[in-house]
Ligand binder design. Structure first.
Ligand code: ZN
Length: 656
């Protein structure tokens, strides 16, 4: 591992806190050191308070903040005197500790200080860095891990046995450090947990971290346990029904819809197919930090009932030894290793599934390296249970906000790169759905950069592309719950007498045939939706009230309308409901080019402006108005409605 320290960049950061931020971000850039909010850093400074007195302050990373992006607002300023007094207490529950940490702050609006704050305070050096470095963890998580660490670092580090993070660990460190640390000591190894380094400058603490981790990498390399060769055949091309079926069952165990993410990396697939998987994957996570993101154990294969029963037994066996009421977490796995599907991660949101994936990819490397070194050994089930059912975590479960209406659900929108489709994507994302956007425009792939969005280029007139897009959607999120059929074209006005058959066929192909194909291909997936499948058809006012000059368009939308009504009849027994919106005069869409607008206005004998608000209410109808109704049609408001046709047109005299 190379140091990313750059003297020029560092020189721009004046003051202790700025230096602290700079090197914290360097640590955050290395996923083999810290992942998704893992690790923490601090700096001790003397400040003058409002009374003009000197105060020793520990600026420590706030709980849940990410080192890669941290700034001054991500640090919590805590009074050292308060923290050091806490370290002397014989015992303190972690929830009392969390409250005391907040009380020690000089700024009540700062984030809650890291649970490792007292530990940082008890290390007498100015800058303290803490990571969960993969290479070191691979060495520690072996049967003779402590001896190996001693052999590797000699007396440059102090080694502490595994103790649950929180007050007990802080107290152990506060007691041991003055007794065991020497002038040579540059770090502390917490067995099965991670590494602390420290120094009088941001650079020395950071570079000691890099140096110690590099030594661990070299140690593994010399023993043939660093580079792990993998090879695996690519997955079969059509697994979407299989994955969606697994998601339906897993959601039922979880008691809520879940997102499932399939990981394409060869390393993951190869791991899922190993002969010794049942041994090496069932020891436990690599560090306590990982327990909360991936649960205690991955599921091998698809025996969800077996997994659920084992989890409930594990809970019952340990919960009785813990004081106080514990609320059992859902018994669904967060990592699935299957010889045919490869590696899949699950979570109540797409972000959770991404984090579980990132964490488990690192776990795989740690397991394989430890296995190559001397055999992988994780924490005991008791220790893992203490972390999973930590009282701080239970408090989070109790105080969690109600999930958003479409949390854990997946929507697909066609024609999503602009206009009504784009607005539908936004409305669905706002309600917590993971959304796949399809469009012929390549802009679709870059429309949002967030874990709950995936854009796929798709020509809907090509059925193989539709199948591929559905496969990609299911690999990204696990299934399909909601389908918004929005893509369509509105051709130039043409009288019947001059309407060519090829122009007619082009409109039918996109507005009608493509929707039949996507509905048919999506049907097996919608049938597996945990809360029932939903389809919303973006129809047109032209269905109830056709206009002259748009025969192909009106006929295509009328046929689509009948298709939707038949689908409602045929698929109602599968719990799939399908409702239609008839928008009119929505002008902020790609259909309404200036040319089309002018032509339509002329055919009605009015100006473009009059044409835009020509409705009973005299209002302009926007894409967002249509999108909000489309999203609501997928929600509880329309739970008992199918085959409805609702206009969004400001009131049209010919329709009324
Ligand atoms: Zn830690």
């Amino acid at each position: 591992m190379t140091s990313l320290w750059n003297d020029e960049e560092a020189a721009q950061c004046s003051g202790d806190l700025a230096q602290r931020i700079y090197s914290s971000r360097l640590l955050g850039r290395e996923p083999a050191l810290v992942l998704h909010g893992g690790g923490n850093t601090s700096v001790k400074v003397r400040e003058t308070n409002v009374f003009g007195e000197d105060d020793d302050i520990l600026h420590i990373k706030g709980s849940g903040r990410d080192l890669e992006t941290i700034d001054a607002t991500g640090f919590s300023p805590c009074r050292m005197a308060h923290l050091l007094r806490l370290a002397q207490l014989p015992a303190l529950s972690d929830s009392d500790m969390a409250r005391e940490l907040k009380c020690s702050m000089t700024d009540p609006s700062a984030p809650a200080p890291s649970v490792e704050s007292i530990l940082h305070a008890s290390i007498p050096h100015k800058f303290v860095d803490h990571t969960h470095a993969d290479a070191l963890i691979a060495i520690m998580n072996t049967p003779d891990g402590a001896e190996r660490v001693r052999e590797l670092y000699g007396d440059r580090v102090m080694i502490l046995p595994y103790v649950m993070p929180g007050f007990k660990l802080a107290r152990l460190c506060a007691e041991t450090f003055p007794k065991e640390a020497t002038a040579q000591t540059v770090g502390i190894v917490l067995m099965q947990h991670g590494l602390f380094t420290f120094g009088e400058s941001a650079r020395s603490a950071y570079e000691r971290m890099i140096e110690l981790v590099t030594l661990a990498e070299d140690y593994l390399d010399r023993r043939g346990a660093w580079k792990i060769a993998v090879s695996s055949a690519p997955p079969p091309p059509d697994q979407r029904d299989d994955i969606a079926g697994l998601r339906r069952d897993l959601s039922s165990v979880a008691g809520k819809p879940m997102i499932l993410m399939t990981h394409a990396a060869e390393k993951c697939a190869a791991f899922a197919r190993r002969d010794d998987l049942a041994t090496i994957s069932q020891q436990g996570p690599a560090t306590p930090d990982h327990v909360l993101r991936t649960k205690r154990l991955p599921m091998i294969g698809r025996d969800l009932d077996g997994y659920r029963i084992a989890y409930e037994e594990y809970f019952r066996a340990h919960a009785s030894t813990v004081r106080g009421e514990l609320q059992m977490l859902d018994a669904a796995p967060r990592v699935i290793l299957d010889s045919s599907l490869g590696m899949i991660t699950a979570g109540p949101t797409a972000k959770d599934a991404v984090i579980a994936g990132d964490v488990y990819r690192h776990t795989i490397e740690i397991i394989l390296r430890a296995t190559a070194l001397a055999g992988y050994r994780a924490l005991s089930a008791d220790d893992l249970f203490d972390v999973e059912y930590w009282d701080l975590e239970q408090a989070k479960v109790r105080s969690a906000a109600a999930p958003r209406v479409f949390a854990g659900e997946i929507a697909l929108v066609t024609g999503a790169a602009s206009g009504i489709g784009k607005a539908c994507v936004d409305s669905l994302l706002r309600r917590g759905a993971a959304v796949a956007g399809l469009d012929i425009s390549p802009a679709i792939t870059e429309m949002h950069k967030r874990p709950d969005y995936a854009g796929f280029v798709c020509d809907l007139t090509d059925e193989s592309q539709i199948r591929r897009a559905l496969e990609s959607t299911v690999r990204a999120f696990g299934g399909l719950d909601m389908l918004v059929l929005n893509a369509g074209i509105f051709p130039k006005a043409t009288s019947l007498a001059s309407l060519t058959s090829s122009a007619w066929r082009e409109v039918m192909q996109i507005n009608l045939d493509a929707n039949l194909a996507i509905m048919r291909e999506a049907y097996p997936l919608l049938k597996l939706a945990p809360k029932g499948g939903r389809i919303v058809v973006i129809g047109s006012k032209n269905v109830p009230a056709p206009g002259p000059g748009v025969a192909a368009y009106s006929a295509s939308k009328a046929a689509l309308n009948q298709l939707a009504r038949v689908a409602a009849l045929e698929w109602g027994a599968d719990g799939i409901r399908i409702n239609t919106i008839h928008p009119n005069a929505v002008f902020d869409t790609a259909l309404w080019t200036e040319e089309v607008l002018t032509a339509r206005a002329r055919s009605y004998g009015v100006t473009v402006e009059e044409y835009k608000t020509k409705n009973v209410l005299g209002v302009e109808v926007r894409s967002q108005d249509v999108a909000e109704l489309a999203a609501e049609m997928c929600g509880p408001l329309f739970a008992k409605t199918t085959a409805a046709q609702v206009p969004v047109d400001g009131g049209n005299e010919r329709v009324i």
